[in-house]
Write a protein that binds this ligand. Structure first.
Ligand code: IPM
Ligand code: MN
Length: 356
């Protein structure tokens, strides 16, 4: 198979982990006889520094023309501590999502058995948990009108959804539920928010087309609690942009660490694959970041954008084998991990590559 992949490392540890993700794609091409070609592009803080724009037109064009994008992270503490900054790295990410029509963000939460003790949740609660989140990615309070009033003394962000937007993500989630445990949980705050009442109304209608899928509705505050209390109860979860952002960070603890969680953003055109962890400037440049989320994002890319299931599974199996061999990065090590088994980004990357 001939494919052209755009590598967009972005900021912070995005640079370090994406390098490993790309090597994994290369190794897969070599082993399975594919021809992957690569190009690189800038986004986020590095793009602002180079061009003044967090998503240069050149990057967007390259994205649209590629078969898939392997993405790192965006963000820089400089902006976090300066709320008045008008140009921000995250604008690049949001514009990319909108321009590429990436309305469905898939975040699989699956615990590798070897990491049962890496989470702060009790192993017996976690064992067997396997959840697939569908986070709506191009609507909600993220994209509504925002601004200041009263001479800047008050601010607003509008949350808005159309039936069309809810229906297309709901259908994607129902389809996925069909191929898994046949259970879908739709999360909203319909007891308070009008957008949530529309959300629930639409999901109820769509549900009629999927009588084989068992549907449950939860309020976001309740599921925030239930995810920790009994994560095994859930199969597919579908929710709005902001709720999905928050719940998937929480749910990363079910998978041991944020450093393990991959995501796929799909929609109308090119798919984008990225770790859910951010740029992590506290550990940037130290060579200690866990590259597994990027590697597992590469696995999602192979599966979803290219339909290469066997290749994708080979990547996941290699990560599993590295964990079974006892290797860890700092974020997933615990008191029982021998010092010589705690590896940096590049070294654990090599362990993964040698097992593909
Ligand atoms: C994510 C991130 C982004 C989001 C930030 C960086 C804008 O947290 O992909 O989850 O909020 O969507
Ligand atoms: Mn997030």
């Amino acid at each position: 198979m001939k494919k052209n992949i755009l590598i967009v490392p972005g900021d912070g540890i995005g640079q370090e982990v994406t390098e490993v993700g790309k090597k994994v794609l290369d190794k897969i091409a070599e082993k399975f006889g594919h021809e992957f070609t690569y190009d690189e592009a800038l986004i986020g803080h590095v793009a602002i520094e180079a061009t003044g724009n967090p998503l240069p037109d050149e990057t967007l064009t390259k994205m649209k023309n590629s078969d898939a994008v392997l993405f790192g992270a965006v963000g820089h503490p400089k902006y976090d501590n300066d709320p008045s900054a008008k140009v921000r790295p995250e604008q690049g990410l949001l514009k990319m999502r909108k321009e590429l029509g990436l309305y469905a963000n898939l975040r699989p939460i699956k615990l590798f058995d070897e990491l049962l003790d890496a989470s702060s949740i009790k192993p017996e609660i976690l064992k067997g948990a396997d959840i697939l989140f569908f986070r709506e990615l191009t609507g909600d309070i993220y994209f509504g009108e925002k601004g200041r009033k009263d001479n800047g003394d008050s601010a607003y962000d509008v949350a808005a959804y159309s039936k069309f937007e809810v229906e297309r993500i709901a259908r994607k989630a129902f389809e996925a539920a069909r191929t898994r445990g046949k259970k879908l949980c739709s999360v909203d705050k319909a007891n308070v928010l009008e957008t949530s009442r529309l959300w629930r109304e639409v999901v109820q209608v769509v549900a009629k087309d999927y009588p084989d899928v068992e549907v449950e509705y939860q309020f976001v505050d309740a599921i925030a609690m239930l995810l920790i209390k009994d994560p095994k109860k859930f199969d597919v979860i579908v929710t709005a942009n902001l709720f999905g952002d928050i719940l998937t960070d929480e749910a990363s603890q079910i998978a041991g660490s944020m450093g393990m969680l991959a995501s796929a953003s799909i929609g109308d055109g090119t798919g984008v694959y990225e770790p859910i962890h951010g740029s992590a400037h506290d550990i940037t440049g130290k060579g200690v970041a866990n590259p597994m989320a990027s590697v597992l994002s590469a696995a999602l890319l192979l599966d979803i954008s290219f339909g290469l299931k066997e290749e994708s599974n080979a990547v996941i199996a290699a990560v599993d084998a590295v964990l079974k061999a006892g290797f860890r990065t700092g974020d997933i090590a615990d008191a029982s991990t021998p010092k010589d088994k705690i590896l940096g980004t590049a070294a654990i990357g090599e362990e993964i590559l040698s097992r593909i």
